[in-house]
Design a protein around this ligand. Structure first.
Ligand code: SF4
Ligand code: SF4
Length: 365
């Protein structure tokens, strides 16, 4: 996450893109000011596009895939229009997510539409479709800036447990290799950042160093981590053993151990501040400080539903439907402000994409 931002920063610096820096300064000041004044004073820092809820995996801790409804999914022209609206809105970057984004054959067109409008694009994928080298090449060639491939263990047993089926580990690893090969084979290509995204759970925390070693051997640029959250809202979880319990004895030592690994391996993308709060988050279920996410991000899904924030995306809730409005109108709508007011004191999640930005804003009074 942090390196993704630094990568964008570096590219803009090399291009001496002064208007871009002015826009970032406006957002840096504008987001906290928006929070205090209870109205959006600047466009969102990033947009999230849930391009599908369909997925080719069956992870036991995931209920996002259960929202899949192909009859409601926007077709290609509508999705391209939505991508154009993201650019019109003035976001600094778009995250393409799902479900599994690569189950949409037109996802490369969606990325290209954003890139043609000058918007940096990242994608989260389970990597299975990248085991086909043609798909890996297509993803590199559409010009995407950053790809995060989910990997939840360093052995087939561990990763496949998180995916709910055998064989996922090998496919994902092959996908990462294909992606790196396609990237490295492209002469003069814009560098694509490849990240292994780990969902930190009770099952893999003790073996985190093995995941870092595997990441090094694969040659990825980064390892990011997100704590496993309860996304079931009362539904029975299919594998309760994956979750940390607040009274787990290991939790006290967890941040220090991760920080030591971060210092020793140098691949971890998470900030010191983010890692330091992990144990406390698992114990209390609340993030530190204040959450500005409804003022710095806008998530829209393939049904035209606006989601309250990135955290609630995982929680399966929607805020309202676009119903013919543009994203810019939705961003400034009374419905969106009602959502922001409702979430004003929310501290329920600690996903890195939002938490790292919140920690950045926390440095300012
Ligand atoms: S967590 Fe991701 S890969 Fe797993 S089922 Fe859900 S959307 Fe698919
Ligand atoms: S802390 Fe609450 S408002 Fe902030 S991103 Fe998480 S769920 Fe959303």
């Amino acid at each position: 996450m942090r390196r993704k931002h630094l990568d964008v920063l570096k590219k803009r610096l090399l291009a001496l893109d002064l208007p871009w820096f002015a826009d970032q300064a406006r957002k840096l000041l504008g987001v906290p000011a928006s929070y205090y004044l209870r109205r959006p004073l600047c466009p969102p820092v990033f947009g999230g596009m849930v391009v599908t809820y369909r997925c080719n995996e069956t992870c036991p801790m995931c209920n996002v895939r259960k929202k899949a409804d192909p009859s409601r999914e926007m077709d290609t022209p509508a999705m391209l229009d939505l991508a154009g609206q993201m650019a019109d809105l003035g976001v600094s970057g778009v995250s393409i997510t799902g479900g599994e984004p690569l189950v949409r054959a037109d996802v490369f067109e969606i990325v290209e539409r954003l890139k043609n409008r000058g918007v940096p694009v990242s994608m989260s994928t389970n990597g299975v479709r990248l085991a086909d080298p043609v798909t890996a090449r297509a993803l590199v060639e559409c010009g995407i800036d950053s790809v995060a491939v989910s990997l939840d263990g360093d052995t087939p047993e561990e990763h496949d447990r998180s995916r709910g089926r055998k064989g996922a580990f090998e496919k994902t690893l092959q996908g990462v290799r294909n992606l790196l090969e396609a990237r490295n084979a492209r002469p003069g290509a814009r560098p694509l950042l490849v990240t292994l995204a780990v969902v930190l759970s009770r099952a893999n925390a003790a073996r985190f160093e093995n995941i870092l070693t595997l990441a090094k051997s694969l040659g990825v640029d980064n390892v990011s981590l997100n704590p496993l959250h309860d996304t079931f809202q009362g539904e029975p979880t299919e594998d309760p053993g994956l979750y940390f319990a607040p009274d787990d004895a290991d939790l006290d030592a967890l941040p220090d151990r991760l920080l030591e690994l971060r210092a020793r391996h140098g691949l971890m993308d998470s900030s010191r501040a983010y890692i330091s709060h992990l144990g406390r988050f698992f114990r209390t279920g609340t993030m530190p400080g204040r959450c500005y996410a409804p003022y710095f991000s806008l998530y829209v899904d393939c049904h035209g539903d606006i989601l309250p924030c990135g955290g609630h995306f995982y929680e399966n809730r929607i805020a309202f439907n676009l119903q013919g409005r543009t994203l810019a109108q939705a961003w400034r709508s009374p419905e969106m402000q009602a959502v922001r007011d409702r979430l004003r004191n929310c501290r329920a999640c600690y996903y890195s994409c939002m938490a790292e930005l919140n920690l950045t804003y926390a440095r300012f009074p």
